[in-house]
Design a protein around this ligand. Sequence first.
Ligand code: ADP
Length: 368
Amino acid sequence: MESVGRLQAPCHDARVAAVALEDVEKVYADGTVGVRRLSLEVGDGEVVALVGPSGCGKSTTLRMIAGLEAPSAGRVLLGERDVTRVAPRDRDVAMVFQDYALYPHMTVRKNLAFALGLRGAARAEIVARTQRWSRALGLEGVLDKRPGALSGGQRQRVALARALVREPACFLFDEPLSNLDAKLRAEARGEIRALLRSLGRAAVWVTHDQEEAMTMGDRLVVMHGGAVEQVGPPLEVYRRPATRFVASLVGTPPMGFVEGTVHLGALDVGAGTLPLGALPAAREGQRLCAGIRPDALVPADAGLATEVIATEPLGAHTDVRLRVGTTYLLMRMDSDAASGLAPGRRLSVRASALHLFDEDGRRLPGAP
Ligand code: ADP
């Protein structure tokens, strides 16, 4: 994980991915499958966000790139170099964890300079990088303080800066912001994102928070049970989730689902019907699951019969919780429109805004 090579002569061939995982697998000694056959490339200047629930294999993937875990099969490449069997300290990567310790007896400036000094960086380079990253993370005012005199948020930003200041070919982040409060977290994300862009280095960002993944990643890699469920730019994944699992994970508030049977070109869900539009892949009598985003529900005469359970005014918009037959849906609407919503009003979704999944949870071919 040292950055000696980076401090000397960085030279990247634009056609070679900065990080490549080739059919990588990890089976732990107790037989637990951490990651199954995963292939992934991260380009220079690209941030890839690995997202999924706890236990889906995100950290294992990251740790294999860092060299902290050896793959059971497959190869890890950094640039053109096969590093599958290379020790962490000999890979040009920096990993940033949630809980990293600072040297308590050193000032912030010394904490930042220490890792660089150890690797024989020139003094001018140490000063330049310390300045760059302390400015980026809002630490200029505390450079001469010791960690004990800082707030929790500041300490976490110093720890981040200490890993980032090394500027390796690849940055690996494992939920690094989870100890920060929401406001600081949003600010730190923006700062780090902009710096990673300007540096043009590859980064892999692990989080269970889909909103963080959407804001940090040029591409999302949605993982589930050790396998990749979908890869794509955040909005593409949001607009066309490949599976019901991805659909339920990506988007705030989350998508709701109702199940039904295809009948005469519509989906009969018991509490009413939803239009299917021109869907050659749907057979009469087929069971389908319809995914509905909270902002896609609109009043319609021939729609679903709904019962309002709760109305939650949130400012500009209002969330309305609805019971539809035996399931629940959320409708998000303008607060002005919500006050005019008559009780018992039927609701529907345009066919083009409906997400349809088959019984195996796969997006229906031809669904919009
Ligand atoms: P995530 O980062 O997505 O929460 P992990 O990569 O940590 O998931 O874990 C993936 C799977 O591998 C989980 O089932 C986890 O329990 C298992 N696992 C992780 N580390 C070990 C280990 N050292 N030994 C055995 N199983 C492990």
